[in-house]
Design a protein around this ligand. Structure first.
Ligand code: ADP
Ligand code: ADP
Length: 224
């Protein structure tokens, strides 16, 4: 039931003459349908962990195993293909394309993957419904509220039915009440689709509602 596993993952940055160790032997896995909160102070390495697990960055040691496949030594092209199909990303700020509607933004990853327009559009409409903004599909991002924008960003992240969702403060820019509602929608989507989600958050109330909580300490992932 394990979907993604990090084994002995290390990440180091060189800053001038200093070597910064951010991840120092991370052993961590996510199961199908599991929602895990990543709670750690700024600078602890949350983004580095999400990007390494999400195949945007390569580990300096150890490996990331997705669906049984070791990804550390694959080519950039292979890693990009896996990322497009199997991994979704959500950030604190939505990064939606401003000149396209909500529906078109959600269609985009599917069109990049080569799906027919009608299929992409139907899937996007269904996701808008799941996220409870079915009537907002034809609005551009600037015409949507902050909570609605994040719902669209979440829908876009899962448009290609990824195995894993990496979310970096997905509700960090929202007021607490809106954050709760957006989290409810995200949570329902994760449970319904069976994907595994790692969600970095400073919101302890939301963290408490996830399946488990982890933190980063001395470059390792430990229970929180
Ligand atoms: P968090 O998301 O928990 O705030 P990050 O993963 O963004 O933490 O960063 C962890 C540490 O690594 C920080 O000290 C940051 O300055 C450093 N860092 C992140 N990316 C780089 C980089 N590309 N080059 C050098 N240092 C980096
Ligand atoms: P393309 O530019 O053709 O989309 P990429 O390799 O940039 O190819 O993207 C593959 C996937 O990885 C996409 O789903 C994209 O959203 C995601 N991605 C790429 N770069 C980043 C990044 N810096 N932060 C978050 N997600 C990214």
């Amino acid at each position: 039931n394990v979907i993604i596993e990090l084994k002995g993952v290390e990440r180091h940055y060189v800053q001038g003459s200093r070597k910064l160790t951010i991840l120092n032997g991370v052993d961590f896995s996510l199961k199908r349908g599991e929602m895990v909160a990543l709670v750690a102070p700024s600078g602890a390495g949350k983004s580095t962990l999400l990007h390494t697990a999400g195949l945007l960055e390569r580990p300096d040691a150890g490996d990331v195993i997705l669906s049984g496949r070791a990804c550390g030594r694959l080519s950039d092209d292979e890693r990009t293909a896996i990322r497009r199909n199997d991994i979704g990303f959500v950030y604190q700020f939505h990064h939606l394309l401003p000149e396209f509607s909500a529906l078109e933004n959600i269609m985009m990853p599917q069109l990049v993957k080569g799906l027919p327009k009608a299929e992409a559009s139907a899937r996007a409409a269904q996701l808008l419904d799941y996220m409870q903004i079915g009537k907002r599909g034809h609005h551009r991002p600037s015409e949507l509220s902050g909570g609605e924008q994040q719902r669209v960003a979440i829908a876009r992240a899962v448009a290609n039915a990824p195995l894993v969702l990496m979310a970096d403060e997905p509700t960090g820019n929202l007021d607490p009440v809106t954050a709760g509602y957006v989290f409810d929608a995200l949570s329902a989507l994760v449970k319904q689709s069976g994907l595994a989600a790692l969600i970095a958050t400073h919101n302890h109330e939301l963290a408490a509602r996830m399946d488990r909580r982890v933190t980063l300490s001395d470059g390792k992932v430990i229970p929180f």
